[in-house]
Each structure stands twice: as C-alpha cells, then as structure tokens.
Design a protein around this ligand. Structure first.
Ligand SMILES: NC(=O)c1ccc[n+]([C@@H]2O[C@H](COP(=O)([O-])OP(=O)(O)OC[C@H]3O[C@@H](n4cnc5c(N)ncnc54)[C@H](O)[C@@H]3O)[C@@H](O)[C@H]2O)c1
Length: 254
C-alpha cells in the first residue's frame, strides 16, 4: 500500500521541516520528487539526502510568489502527478499591529504562492488524465489563535481554495484536499520563537508544546505520513476535505 512508484511529485518548501519530511518519505515510496525552494541550500541538502538513500529528487530555486518563475519551473519539470502546496511563512500580529507590507508578504507567499502553483499545474494534470493536490492550511484557519491575524486569514483562504479546486476539477479526475496541522516542531517554529520571544525560548517552547492536549508538538514525519495517505491511490475516494493533525487541539482543548 501507499506506493508512489515513478509518480512525479512537486513539493513546495520541500527543503525544510514538514516539506523536507514529505520529500524524504515520498522518495522512499518510489516517487520522483521535485523540490521547489526559495532556500536553494535547503533544497540541495534534501536532494543529497534522498539520493544517498537511492531515491530520486531534484531541487529548483524558485519563489512561489512569482508567477513567471513558477510557470517556468513547472514547464521545466514536465509531467506532474501530485502537487503539495506546503511553502508558507509565519507572522505574529493583530489587526492593529500588522503593517501593510507584512500583510502583503504573508498573502503573497501563503495564498498567491499556492494559487500560482495551481495555475501552473492544473493544465498539466488535466492533460495527464488527473492527479492529486494537497494544500497546507492550519488549525489557525478554524479556531481563533492569539496574535495570528494575517497568518490565520491566509490559511482560511487555503481552506476555501481547496474546496473551490476540489469542486471545479471533480470531473477532471483531480482530487484536492488540505491538512491543518497544529504546532509541529520545525525550523519554522524555532525561527519565530527566536525572533519574537528572544530570551524566553525554553519557556515559550514548553507553553506551545502544552497547548496541544496531547502534551507535545507534532513531528514533521507524522504530517508526512498523513500527506502520503492523502496523495496515494488508497485515498481515491477523498476530495474536498480538510484534515486536522493537531494532538486534539481543535476538539479537546476545553
Ligand atoms: N510548523 C508548524 O507548527 C505548522 C503548523 C501549521 C501549519 N504549518 C504550515 O506548514 C507549512 C510548512 O511549515 P514548516 O513548519 O515546515 O516551515 P519551514 O519554515 O520549516 O519550511 C518552509 C519552507 O518553505 C520555504 N519557502 C518559504 N517561502 C517560500 C517561497 N516564497 N517560495 C518557495 N519556498 C518558500 C522555506 O525556504 C522553507 O524551506 C507552512 O505552510 C506552514 O504554514 C506549519
């Protein structure tokens, strides 16, 4: 089960954290992995790790918020069976403390970046007879999280985008779902703790871990395993659905 032999898979932000774990797992399952990354070194390092384990992967330096770069990169890749829109950035702030520049940056990467990849991949999937799209939302799309104004809205847009795409391409044999992780321990989390809570890193890490009812942060590998299932043929009956992976955050936090 869950074999992806010779499936061509594009993973945005596949050089770090959750995307890196997905790239490694999908390659282990036989996929030809294409990592789209702003951080070229992260892509190169992940590709080297996959190749050392006899997997197949290529890295592409590309900013998902730039439509021309995305179209050129996808054209260079050619055949694609699966797209995972995973690249995303964090932002801490409320409506009255979020600058226009930060608001636009979050939307340009998290929302427009995902749209740009859909714009480039859907004609390829249609020509191929179908495919799978997996978007990365967040629990911030469905519960109010303190100080995450722009970020939460961007993830709400990803959820709505997922429903729209699932509906529009039902008859093109394209399935589209999203996942909603709670806190997962990745460089993304370490980075924003360091940036926003300097000097209180250990205390904030503990607080964020305990905000999951299960008592810890998730692991990137746990998210990658859910992604593998949703992108596999075994999940052929699943489309237009959001999957929380949250240690009980949405339903057990009372
Ligand atoms: N870690 C969490 O707690 C958590 C929770 C919920 C949702 N998410 C979402 O999961 C996704 C991955 O998060 P992560 O924690 O693995 O993050 P991460 O920062 O470890 O990795 C994200 C990768 O995306 C790349 N990236 C950023 N902007 C890009 C751009 N414009 N073009 C191409 N690549 C770009 C970065 O270089 C980085 O390698 C994000 O969409 C994030 O919002 C994370």
């Amino acid at each position: 089960m869950f074999k992806l032999t010779n499936k061509s898979v594009v993973i945005t932000g596949g050089g770090s954290g959750i995307g890196r774990a997905m790239s490694i797992l999908f390659a282990q399952q036989g996929a030809i992995v294409h990592i789209i990354e702003l951080n070229n070194k992260a892509a190169t390092d992940t590709v080297a790790e996959i190749e050392a384990a006899n997997g197949k992967a290529t890295g592409y330096a590309c900013d998902v918020s730039d439509q021309q770069q995305v179209v050129d990169t996808f054209t260079g890749i050619g055949k694609i069976d699966i797209l995972i829109n995973n690249a995303g950035i964090a932002h801490i702030g409320r409506a009255d403390t979020t600058s226009t520049a930060d608001f636009e940056k979050v939307f340009n990467v998290n929302v427009k970046g995902a749209y740009n990849c859909l714009y480039a991949v859907i004609p390829v999937l249609k020509a191929n007879g179908g495919g799978v799209i997996l978007n990365t939302a967040s629990i911030a799309a469905s519960v109010g999280i303190t100080d995450r104004f722009a970020y939460s809205m961007s993830k709400g847009a990803i959820h709505a985008m997922t429903l729209s795409v699932a509906r529009d391409y039902l008859h093109d044999n394209i399935r589209c779902n999203c996942i909603s992780p709670a806190r997962i321990h990745t460089p993304f989390v370490d980075g924003f703790i360091a940036k926003n809570y300097a000097g209180q890193e250990a205390e904030i890490f503990e607080k964020l871990s305990k905000s999951q009812p299960i008592g810890r942060m998730g692991k990137s590998e746990e998210v990658a395993a859910l992604a593998l299932y949703l992108c596999s043929d075994e999940a052929g009956f699943i489309t237009g659905t959001d999957y929380p992976i949250d240690g009980g955050f949405i339903t057990l936090n009372n």
